[in-house]
Design a protein. Structure first.
Length: 690
DNA sequence: GAATCAGCAGTTTTT
DNA sequence: CTGCTGATTC
């Protein structure tokens, strides 16, 4: 299984946790000690579920199971990495032999191993969403089904949905332009993906499922693992469940851990039902409920319980804590968004004055739009912050450019990557020439790359474009030959050479943008070289390093891990899942923001929005503020706002104090000290200005 | 082949 | 109010 190329993880070595079962509560111990057969662990927020998984794996190894026959499945590479580390600190070297993977990486492993059976040639590539979009856009241009400005994303959605449901053609339910366009483009999408030797994210699951249907292949994989553990099971899709069933074989030694109340990705195909009917899928399953919370204080948990209880379909459980009630939670009404941001900023100032660290504080919101005003005010108040969920490293334009070159070198039939780089830097191959090349490729069944190879045979192509094509093909071929049989250690050198060869840094420097932006881009390009180096260091055994490096880049959303210490964290409620902070602000607790307008309009099921609220509340360890505005400027216009219905669902009584920003409660924590603090701050600001 | 402009849409996003 | 896309222009 492929290693994740994370930033060099220099975090302090974790203290070695002894495998002492007495540190577990009875329920946790039950889950850890459970013998064979399926088990569902319903783990409420903050109930120590990761610990249970780690300890269970350690216990299995301790009882003689070979580590390499244990499979742990997570949803993110980050989670897999963290689990690997904790495991290593618990059981030592054996821990690294455990197979830890995401469903998608697992699918990729299967497709790589069984590519012949899957009908893929050895060098296939993975298309991510933006590659898929490019393909759909290209198809829209080519087939003028509806040359009006249709949103390629919507068409893609329909195509992908059809593909996931394994339908032969797009169902026409509404007969609108999107459906008709998708209907027209669907077969072409499939055809082109095949011609390009490309698979998309869904294919990693769907096509590996196809392969596993072949009896001897399925059997081989079903016998690979003795025990399977799945984290965040509430987020599994029906395909993932199906895959799990095959891998589990008849032994059904499957342990899934999840929380139906934290299922917030149904819109992305997660099936909450998977958790509610796990027993039916796997036969009589043991069920363990972890509801003792080790994270938050009482009032916060009461609030969370109180809100989530309003969801009708759920596994009944109630979080409780052995610790005290703690501070009440604050529900604050503000005038408008700016005042809300100011309130948050000032309160953070007080918290820090009282000794809290910036990194202990998080601001959560429903939609990324909300971050802007917060940023402005925090910056003005000189409060350091960092935002989670910016553009992922491998999605940045200049990084994609490099990766597209590598993808083309690896698989020249990958036309999306090919088109991206063929005229970068400029080689005199404009849209018209490209069009002619493409037409020739189609007519002679040799693809765009084949056409570029035979540039001189094609009429109506200007000499300059012919030369450009020859030069380009020469470059691709030369690197292709170099990469052939290259060792992982060679990879970095080749990538460096490539970047020089295509004069990427010059291209960036001569582009429009400001010096700082260009500088950043060049740093990103350099970072690709570093990433190649890290990849080589982590995968010294890779037989096709180029290919594996590209795969890694498609599967790993490697956020730039800037140093978040000393900074307040801003992020969406979705990104906050799995994290915890001593102090949390949930801003924009308003109708049409927290139950989001789109969800309200779609009529009916607000349970996922409620879960989102629940996730937000349960991130807080000690202090929680929920803020709302009476007015908010929407798109240029001030709009009156209503309080989120979820605020009504909070408990009554001393655990929740509701107040208005204009009349804060008198017993405010350290008001006099805070005044002193702000006086000092104002003086400082005054000095800065003068 | 690059630059500028008008028009439009505007949740969430682990892979 | 923004940010992106496609079309138009030089």
């Amino acid at each position: 299984m492929m290693e994740v190329a994370g930033r060099s993880r220099k975090r302090p070595r974790r203290r070695k946790e002894p495998l002492d079962l007495h540190t577990l509560n009875p329920r946790q111990r039950e889950a850890v000690m459970h013998d064979d057969g399926p088990m569902l662990v319903l783990a409420g927020a903050g109930s120590g579920k990761t610990r249970v998984i780690i300890y269970r794996i350690a216990r299995l190894i301790g009882d003689g199971t070979s580590p390499s026959r244990i499979l742990g499945v997570t949803f993110t590479n980050k989670a897999a990495g963290e689990m690997r580390e904790r495991l290593r600190s618990l059981v030592g070297a054996d821990g690294s032999k455990v197979q830890l993977s995401t469903f998608h990486a697992l699918g990729l492993s299967i497709l790589k191993a069984e590519h012949e059976a899957a009908g893929l040639s050895k060098r296939f590539c993975i298309y991510d969403t933006s590659d898929q979009m490019s393909l759909v856009r290209e198809l829209m241009r080519r087939v003028r089904v509806a040359d009006r400005r249709l949103d390629a994303g919507k068409i893609l959605d329909i195509i992908l949905k059809t593909k996931r449901e394994r339908l032969k053609e797009v169902a026409i339910d509404w007969g609108d332009d999107y459906e008709l366009a998708a209907y027209e483009l669907y077969p072409r999408y499939v055809e082109e993906m095949k011609a390009f030797n490309a698979v998309d994210f869904d294919d990693l699951l769907l096509r590996s499922m196809d392969v596993l249907q072949i009896p001897e292949v399925g059997e081989r994989w079903a016998n690979k693992f003795d025990y399977i553990l799945v984290d965040e099971y509430q987020d599994t899709s029906s395909d993932q469940l199906a895959m799990l069933k095959i891998l589990a074989g008849d032994r059904k030694n499957v342990c899934v851990v999840g929380d139906d109340d934290q299922s917030i990705y149904a819109w992305r195909g997660a099936v909450v039902d998977n958790i509610l009917r796990f027993g039916r899928e796997f036969g009589s399953a043991k069920e363990v409920i972890l509801d003792q919370n080790y994270r938050s204080t009482g009032h916060i948990l009461h609030a969370a319980n109180s809100v989530i209880q309003n969801n009708k379909v759920r596994k009944d459980k109630k979080l409780w804590s052995a610790d005290g009630e703690g501070d009440p939670i604050n529900v604050v009404t503000c005038e408008d968004g700016e005042e809300e941001a100011t309130l948050v900023s000032e309160t953070i100032g007080k918290l820090v004055f009282d000794g809290m660290k910036y990194e202990d504080i998080a601001i959560l919101y429903r939609s990324n739009l909300q971050s802007r005003i917060l940023e402005e005010v925090l910056a003005a108040d000189k409060i350091p912050y960092s935002i989670v969920g910016g553009q992922a490293f491998f999605e940045r334009k200049e990084v994609r450019d490099v990766m597209a070159y590598l993808a083309t070198i690896n698989n020249p039939f990958d036309e999306i990557s090919l088109r991206r780089v063929v005229n970068m830097p400029s080689r005199g191959i404009g849209p018209t020439s490209l069009q002619r090349f493409a037409a020739f490729g189609t007519a002679n069944n040799c693809g765009l790359y084949g056409a570029l190879c035979r540039a001189s045979e094609i009429p109506d192509i200007p000499k300059s474009a012919q030369n450009g094509a020859a030069q380009f093909v020469g470059l691709i071929k030369s690197f292709g030959a170099q990469m052939e049989g290259a060792s992982p250690q060679d990879l970095q050198r080749h990538v460096e050479h490539l970047i020089d060869e295509i004069k990427l840094r010059d291209v960036i420097m001569s582009a429009d943008d400001s010096a700082t932006v260009s500088q950043r881009r060049i740093e990103n390009v350099n970072e690709v070289i570093n990433a190649a180096h890290r990849f080589a260091a982590m995968n010294p055994q890779s037989e096709s390093p180029l290919e594996d490096f590209i795969f890694m880049s498609s599967l790993v959303k490697d956020e730039e891990k800037e140093d978040d210490r000393g900074k307040v964290t801003l992020m969406t409620l979705h990104s906050a899942k799995g994290l915890e902070y001593p102090a949390v602000f949930m801003v924009g607790m308003e109708e049409e923001l927290l139950p989001h307008r789109r969800t309200i309009e779609l009529g009916g099921d607000l349970s996922e929005e409620r879960r989102l609220c629940y996730v937000g509340i349960t991130r807080a360890k000690k202090r929680l503020w929920m803020t709302k505005c009476l007015y908010r400027s929407n798109r240029g216009k001030m709009m009156e706002r209503g309080a989120s219905r979820f605020l009504e669902e909070l408990p009554e009584g001393e655990g929740v104090i509701r107040w208005n920003r204009n009349s804060p409660p008198t017993d405010d924590m350290t008001e006099s000290k805070a005044d002193e603090f702000f006086a000092k701050m104002r003086a400082q600001l005054g000095m800065d200005q003068g």
